[in-house]
Ligand binder design. Sequence first.
Ligand SMILES: NC(=O)c1ccc[n+]([C@@H]2O[C@H](COP(=O)([O-])OP(=O)(O)OC[C@H]3O[C@@H](n4cnc5c(N)ncnc54)[C@H](OP(=O)(O)O)[C@@H]3O)[C@@H](O)[C@H]2O)c1
Length: 329
Amino acid sequence: MIILWVLPVRYCSISLQEIMFGSVLNSCAFWVVVVLLVTLKLYIKLMTGICRSQKQLNGKTAIVTGANTGIGKETALDLACRGAKVILACRDLKRGRKACSEIIAQSHNSRVEVRQLDLSSLTSVRQFAHDIIRTESHLEILINNAGAGGLGPNRTADNLQIGILVGLLKKSAPSRIVMVSSMVHKYAKFDLDNLNSEKWFNDFQVYNCSKLANILVANELSRKLNGTGVTVNSLHPGVVVTDIMRQLPQPIYYITKFIMSFFFKDTKEGAQTSIYLAVSEEVEEVSGKYFSDCKEANMSKEARDEGLAKKLWEKSEVLVRLKPEEIDL
Ligand SMILES: NC(=O)c1ccc[n+]([C@@H]2O[C@H](COP(=O)([O-])OP(=O)(O)OC[C@H]3O[C@@H](n4cnc5c(N)ncnc54)[C@H](OP(=O)(O)O)[C@@H]3O)[C@@H](O)[C@H]2O)c1
């Protein structure tokens, strides 16, 4: 009977020790993880670049593509607060109008309007750009912000839009073109013979290559526009909590967004480098550079390849059927 009694007690006491020791270990591990996460969060907050320029933009006109949500909307809001006339170039007019009223209400600037632009349609891009030339006498800021992950085999025609608007930007100099790229351009497996996924297709690679193409185009254009008073720079906005991954399966999308919202930038923080390049006096004459957190950053070796940029420009001129009379370079 005694043996029977002692055994379970002994067994229980060992288990209790183990449990207690285990829970101490567990709680240690828990606090290590918490400290690491808080340090990471603090690091991201401290490293986030902020545009300190107080520059006002009264009398200036700006276009922001993909301005109905995310980084684009926040950028457009900032430019409107500085007094610019802001044209929100959006593919969905309903969403665009909603963003437009919100921006007008927050900025108290009624010179904000929406125009339809679907960058995956050459017809839409042509209509948009020619419409701008017809209605606007000047254009000082063009922010090529629109972009999407999980595009499938669809392509966008940013180059066509810039090409057609270049004449107006030159006429309005000093003026600025800002390309929203990404640090993932460094992982692009770029192939000039696969611009339309003729040889192979991979969703992530399509995105990475499109972001590398943004920088190559910005650099080539900056060389072509040298001495005209039009600057062209590209940027990585940081990892920003937006709807960019809305193409992912819903559960993965919501889980990723939830985790990201704790660590990464909000849209206001994510818009800072775009705003900086569009307004800051510090970069008035800087062109052909790549920025992150409102500071110049390193672009990949491929992104710096002038020969590749030239070939891409020539090839995309053919692909978007840019007519010589449409471009003034
Ligand atoms: N979020 C990040 O962590 C991150 C990191 C690096 C770079 N970026 C870049 O930052 C830019 C803005 O992204 P975001 O994070 O703000 O994403 P977002 O919230 O998804 O906004 C993207 C915007 O682009 C528009 N768009 C997409 N395809 C278009 C098309 N074919 N024609 C016209 N507009 C189109 C979207 O319009 P709809 O609303 O109609 O879809 C939306 O307004 C993108 O170029 C993205 O690649 C983002």
